[in-house]
Design a protein around this ligand. Sequence first.
Ligand code: NAP
Length: 349
Amino acid sequence: MSTDSPVGSHRVVSPTGVLPQAADKLDTNPQIADSEARVSVERLNLDAASYRQLHAAHGGDGAAIRAEVLGIIERRGKMHNPATGSGGMLIGTVDEVGPRSPLGLKPGQKIATLVSLTLTPLAITDGLARWNGLGEQVPASGHAILFARSIAAVLPEHLPEALALAVFDVCGAPALVRRVVARRAPSQTTVAVLGAAGKSGSLSLAAARDARAATTLGIVRDEAEAARLEQTGLAARIAVADATDPIALSGAVTDALGGRGADVTVVCVDVPGCEHGAILSTTTGGTVVFFSMATSFPSAALGAEGLAADVEMLIGNGYVPGHADYALQLVAAHPELENLFAERTEARA
Ligand code: NAP
């Protein structure tokens, strides 16, 4: 391959003219171009919204989930769930690095990709035989291709791989929360996190505290999650509410925050239908961060208009400079996050 593009457009099979993320199918040829790197794959981390959709669609039948994931990868040359539009990321060992790759990787390094599986050429060679289909983390053999504009992080030696992979998958959330809180007056900023006992939710709470937000409120879906979150000490306040029920959610948020909405609401729930509740829970002039991949743009935009809600709405871009290191710093500062992540990365039976 000689005409390689830094953004990987030379790997798009169809349709022509789009970038790899929007492609139906990518070329997974293991022969790398000068600006590429090839990674020997060891484990995939499926995005939470994608895994939840697959689990529901197959009624929790692990063999059927595995067959579908394998089918998607074979058909598309990437793990891009057509139902949710989301992917995940992977860990593996660097195999070969092209002479013009700017990523600074060396063969033999164990890395995590920090770009989505929805744009990463991926071929599986073991039929996912070591995965029972019942969990977001997928032991796998095969290869993946990184472009010049991909990002990857060398895996930290002190953390278990499964934990590092899960942390890196959602590391855009805490970095964005820190940025959003820091640009307001933190000491007057209240932060509500929906799905607060989850991976991105708990890291977002830790980031809000780190940014010295006035108070943090964790919204969880039941008492069991409330107890789990309470143990971490990450949320100043905790309330139980269904994030897909706008009236119940906004009532719970305003009750917990003394009669007003949150200045910053962060949506870290992995199911659809949280847009209106998040908007209603946010005070005038506040910000809603939609980190969830299950977010609908029309529902958010039209919902805000229909409620005459003057709120800023941010799409949770998974990339913020320094996001991976910052997430690792938060995990080091809050060892309780490790337990919470460990529970979450175990099989969802
Ligand atoms: P997670 O660890 O599974 O956390 C999601 C949390 O939401 C869980 O605690 C879940 O509770 C809770 N929840 C589910 N339904 C709820 C409801 N109706 N009301 C209140 N809480 C509810 O997921 P994650 O890995 O943090 O991912 C969260 C979202 O971020 C997903 O949509 C994922 O796709 C997305 N994501 C985005 C990016 C990006 O770049 N923007 C990157 C990675 C992931 P249960 O477990 O009890 O159901």
